[in-house]
Design a protein around this ligand. Structure first.
Ligand code: DAH
Length: 344
C-alpha cells in the first residue's frame, strides 16, 4: 500500500483512540490541536498530498478529506457530550446544596452600652475641667465607710448589703464614693474628679436591682464652693446627657452620712411635659444623691474645712441608661445577649 494511504488509515486509528481517551475538555482540546490544528497531523498529510502522483492524489485526496470531516464531526460530538456532562455535574452539586444550612456570617462587634454612656459622661465632665479618677473594687472598710462618716452601726455596713472579704476589714466596694476619699488623700485640695466604676451589693436580684452595677461619683473641692455650684453642674450635665436644653432639676432633702446638707436631685422628665410611664406620671425622675461634703469627711481626708468646701454627687449608670434608652430590666446589662447589645 502506498505510504500516504497507509498513513491516513493509521491516523484514523490513532485519532479514534485519542478521542475515546479524551474525557475532559482540556484533553479533547489537546486531541483537536494534535490532529486538526493548523500544524496538526491532518495538515501535515495535506502538505504531503501536494507532492504525490496524480493517481495517488485522486485516491488519497477524498480519503484525507473524509478523515478530516469525520474527525471534525467526532470532535464536535465529543465536545457537546463533555459540556453536557459538566452541566449535569453542576446540577448534581446543586442538588446537594442545603438551603437551610447555617451560613456563618461575620458578626461585627459594638461597644457595650456601658462604655458608650461612660464615655459620653467622661466627655461632659472633662469639658467642665474634671479629671477622671478610679479606685479599687476590693476596698478597705475605711475608704468605703469609715472615712465617709458612715457610722459603725449603719445598716449599709450590714452583712445584708456588703460583700465582705475573708480578709478582715476588706470588702467589695458598695459605692464609688470611696474614690472621693482616695482622691482627697492623694491630691488634696483643690480638686475636681469624676469616677465611674463597678460596685457590689449583697442584694436580691430583680428587674431593677443587681448584685453588681455601675455608679459614677463626682467631687469638687475648692474655696467658696456652694450648693449653687452643685445645682448648676447637675443641671448642665443632665441637660447634656439627655440632650435636652430645657431640662430642669429639683432638689429634695436626702440623707447621706458624707454630705451636709444632703440632697436628692430629680430631673424634669426628658420625655414628656405632662406625665408619662417613664416618670410615672409625676413629670420628675429621681436620678442622683448629692450634697456639700461633710466637714468631718474633709478633715478625715486631710483637707481643712475652714478653708475649703466641696460638693459631691453619685448616681447609678444603669438607671441613667435605662431611662435614656427605655431599658426595662437591669439584668440585661450583664446577660451577654447579642440581640440586646447590638441595639446600641
Ligand atoms: N454613694 C451613694 C449611694 O451609693 C450615692 C451618693 C449620694 C453619692 C450622695 C454622693 C452623694 O457623692 O453626695 O447611694
Amino acid at each position: 500500500m502506498a505510504w500516504l494511504k497507509e498513513q491516513i488509515e493509521l491516523v484514523k486509528i490513532a485519532a479514534d483512540a485519542a478521542l475515546a481517551q479524551a474525557h475532559t475538555q482540556e484533553k479533547l482540546e489537546q486531541v483537536r490541536v494534535a490532529f486538526l490544528g493548523r500544524q496538526g497531523t491532518i495538515a501535515d498529510l495535506m502538505v504531503h498530498l501536494k507532492s504525490v502522483s496524480v493517481e495517488e492524489k485522486k485516491e488519497c485526496g477524498p480519503l484525507l478529506n473524509e478523515l478530516k470531516n469525520e474527525l471534525t464531526a467526532a470532535y464536535s460530538t465529543q465536545q457537546v457530550a463533555l459540556e453536557k456532562a459538566v452541566e449535569r455535574a453542576a446540577l448534581e452539586q446543586q442538588k446537594l446544596f442545603d438551603v437551610t444550612a447555617y451560613v456563618h456570617e461575620p458578626v461585627s462587634g459594638s461597644r457595650h452600652i456601658y462604655t458608650q454612656l461612660i464615655e459620653q459622661l467622661e466627655d461632659i465632665f472633662i469639658s467642665m475641667g474634671y479629671d477622671i479618677a478610679a479606685g479599687p473594687e476590693v476596698e478597705t472598710e475605711y475608704h468605703n465607710f469609715t472615712a465617709l462618716n458612715v457610722p459603725t452601726d449603719h445598716p449599709a455596713r450590714d452583712m445584708q448589703d456588703t460583700f465582705w472579704m475573708h480578709v478582715p476589714q476588706m470588702l467589695l466596694r458598695t459605692q464609688t464614693s470611696s474614690v472621693q476619699v482616695r482622691s482627697m488623700e492623694k491630691q488634696g485640695a483643690p480638686l475636681a474628679i469624676f469616677a465611674p466604676g463597678r460596685v457590689y451589693r449583697n442584694e436580691q436580684v430583680d428587674a431593677s436591682h443587681d448584685f453588681m452595677f455601675m455608679q459614677a461619683e463626682g467631687l469638687v473641692i475648692d474655696k467658696h464652693i456652694s450648693l449653687s455650684h452643685l445645682l448648676a453642674t447637675a443641671r448642665s450635665f443632665l441637660q447634656a446627657i439627655f440632650e435636652k436644653k430645657d431640662l430642669n432639676i429639683r432638689v429634695r432633702p436626702g440623707y447621706f452620712p458624707f454630705v451636709e446638707p444632703g440632697l436628692e436631685i430629680d430631673a424634669s422628665c426628658p420625655f414628656c411635659s405632662s406625665g408619662c410611664s417613664i416618670c410615672k406620671k409625676t413629670g420628675w425622675i429621681e436620678l442622683m444623691g448629692s450634697g456639700l461634703v461633710h466637714p468631718h469627711v474633709l478633715r478625715t481626708c486631710g483637707i481643712d474645712p475652714n478653708v475649703y468646701s466641696g460638693f459631691a454627687f453619685g448616681f447609678g449608670i444603669e438607671r441613667m441608661a435605662m431611662i435614656k434608652y427605655g431599658i426595662t430590666d437591669i439584668r440585661q446589662f450583664h446577660a451577654g445577649k447579642i440581640d440586646f447589645l447590638k441595639q446600641f
